[in-house]
Design a protein around this ligand. Structure first.
Ligand SMILES: NC(=O)c1ccc[n+]([C@@H]2O[C@H](COP(=O)([O-])OP(=O)(O)OC[C@H]3O[C@@H](n4cnc5c(N)ncnc54)[C@H](O)[C@@H]3O)[C@@H](O)[C@H]2O)c1
Ligand SMILES: O=c1ccn([C@@H]2O[C@H](COP(=O)(O)OP(=O)(O)O[C@H]3O[C@H](CO)[C@@H](O)[C@H](O)[C@H]3O)[C@@H](O)[C@H]2O)c(=O)[nH]1
Length: 436
């Protein structure tokens, strides 16, 4: 089937390439010319494992192309909308200007029977409004809301093997949009992927409910970390112990610096803002606490650095390992690591940051920080080494070899990713969040 994907960022580029790999004929549209040039040359404009190979393979097959010219969507039967919905400046609410602009740009090119599929994460009520707009422009076109649940760093796998597909359908429509979407996802459905068919509101809510639940799980374990810090308990043992209960489960109970990125923080805030508009803000008041527990971890990390440096970081050399919001990604949007590095810098420390993939993005976000290409370079004469993103190469560091480069063998493990015994045996003072 001929398909267009409007918005080719972390979500859209992966979605476009993955749909091509399922045998569809896909055109990706983006307003960012550099991104289109890069994607057309099979260079992923961001780091995502498996994406460069998939792009190369699908561009070569002739099934995938990218353009800045939205009129190229003509002839496609299905149009996926994958543009950003960031947090509004100075507010909690989501900024829908990109979604509105993407839909408006599609309208003149829609033909009868076309299906516009929203994948961006939007406040509940958005799809109903946009469906009316689509119908107004092309009475025989349809809108479906089909939220996306991929994780960065696993985006290709998650797109081709999703846990579920959710279709939010327009009550005013017939069964055509569902059948068309079934055709798009035929091979995933054939693999047994569960399909949930529902109304617009439920589909929109499923997405933000899932992210709110994940954020709550992380803040729950980080609240337990605060209790462990006050009592000498070990939150990693606690997480393992409660995680053995199948009703709780061990995943998303990794205590540490908390959640960041382009999704969980802004999605829970937009959800709270929307609940306020709907007059049910009390229902989500717990998310305010989830957010504050999360932000407190960043402050606690800086306090810990001050503590181990004798009360102040002024003039201290701090080596920061990690700038991305999580490993296997170069994304620094709302990165807890960069936030902590920045706080230490503002408090007078000489901060040097390194990251296997995210230095370029970090430099754009936080140009006032110093960056190093390698761990060895970053830790030269360090008074303290601070692990903030648990990349595999950092988890596997040899503390004896690293100890040769630093001024003081002090390590702060912001992600509970290192083995304290191994580091202490190598002569390091080891401190972590929620762990003695
Ligand atoms: N990143 C993820 O892991 C992920 C996962 C699930 C859902 N989402 C949701 O998907 C949406 C996109 O997120 P993202 O991380 O890919 O954002 P992103 O910023 O990486 O990508 C958005 C892209 O849309 C382009 N764009 C903006 N306006 C446009 C227009 N009018 N026409 C064409 N292109 C336009 C931008 O240039 C950019 O390349 C958000 O709503 C997000 O919450 C993201
Ligand atoms: O036990 C854990 C798990 C995660 N994190 C942190 O939580 C953040 C988010 O991690 P993750 O959820 O793996 O990354 P995202 O790629 O942002 O994916 C989330 O956000 C996407 C966009 O909405 C959704 O599609 C995904 O399902 C959802 O997991 C990162 O900063 C992690 O370091 C923890 O602190 N502890």
């Amino acid at each position: 089937m001929r398909i267009s994907v409007v918005g080719c960022g972390y979500l859209g580029a992966v979605h476009a390439a993955s749909l091509a790999s399922l045998g569809h004929d896909v055109v990706g549209v983006d307003v960012d010319e550099d991104k289109v040039v890069s994607l057309t040359a099979a260079r992923a404009p961001f780091f995502e494992p498996d994406l460069p190979d998939l792009l190369g393979q699908e561009l070569a097959s002739g099934r995938l192309s990218f353009t800045t010219d939205v009129s190229q969507v003509r002839g496609a039967r299905v149009h996926f909308v994958c543009v950003g919905t960031p947090q509004k400046q100075g507010e909690y609410a989501a900024d829908l200007r990109y979604v509105d602009a993407a839909i408006e740009s599609l309208l003149p090119h829609l033909s009868p029977g076309d299906v516009v599929v929203g994948k961006s994460t939007v406040p509940v009520g958005t799809a109903l409004r946009l469906a009316a707009r689509v119908r107004e422009a092309q009475p025989e076109a349809h809108l479906v809301w089909n939220p996306e649940f991929l994780r960065e760093g696993h985006a290709v796998q998650d797109t081709l093997h999703p846990d579920r597909l959710v279709y939010g359908l327009d009550p005013a429509a017939d069964d055509v949009p569902e059948r068309v979407l079934d055709e798009v996802y035929a091979s995933l459905l054939g693999d047994g992927t569960p399909k949930v068919v529902t109304d617009f509101a439920t589909a929109e809510l499923v997405k933000v409910a899932a992210n709110s639940f994940l954020a709550t799980k992380i803040s729950f374990i980080n609240a337990m970390a605060e209790l462990c810090e006050a009592t000498g308990g070990d939150v990693t043992v606690l997480a393992d112990a409660i995680g053995h209960d199948a009703r709780i489960g061990r995943s998303f109970l990794n205590a540490g610096l908390g959640f960041g990125g382009g999704c969980l923080p802004k999605d829970i805030r937009a959800f709270m803002a929307r609940a306020g508009e709907l007059g049910v803000d009390q229902a989500l008041s717990f998310l305010r606490e989830v957010d504050s527990i999360n932000m407190r971890r960043r402050v606690r990390m800086v306090d810990l650095a001050r503590e181990v440096c004798g009360g102040s970081v002024v003039g201290r050399n701090v080596a920061v390992l990690g700038a991305a919001f999580k490993p296997d990604s170069d994304d620094t949007r709302d990165s807890p690591a960069l936030n902590v590095a920045m706080q230490m810098h503002l408090q007078g420390a000489h901060v040097v940051v390194t990251d296997p993939r995210a230095v370029e993005n970090a430099r754009r976000t936080a140009p006032e920080l110093k960056y190093a290409a390698t761990v060895e370079e970053a830790v030269q004469e360090a008074d303290v080494v601070v692990l903030l993103t648990e990349w595999r190469e950092y988890r596997e560091l040899d503390p004896r070899a690293l100890g040769e480069h630093v001024a003081h063998r002090r390590v702060l493990d912001g992600r509970n990713a290192l083995d304290p015994t191994v580091w202490r045996d190598a002569g390091w003072a080891y401190r972590a969040l929620g762990r003695p």
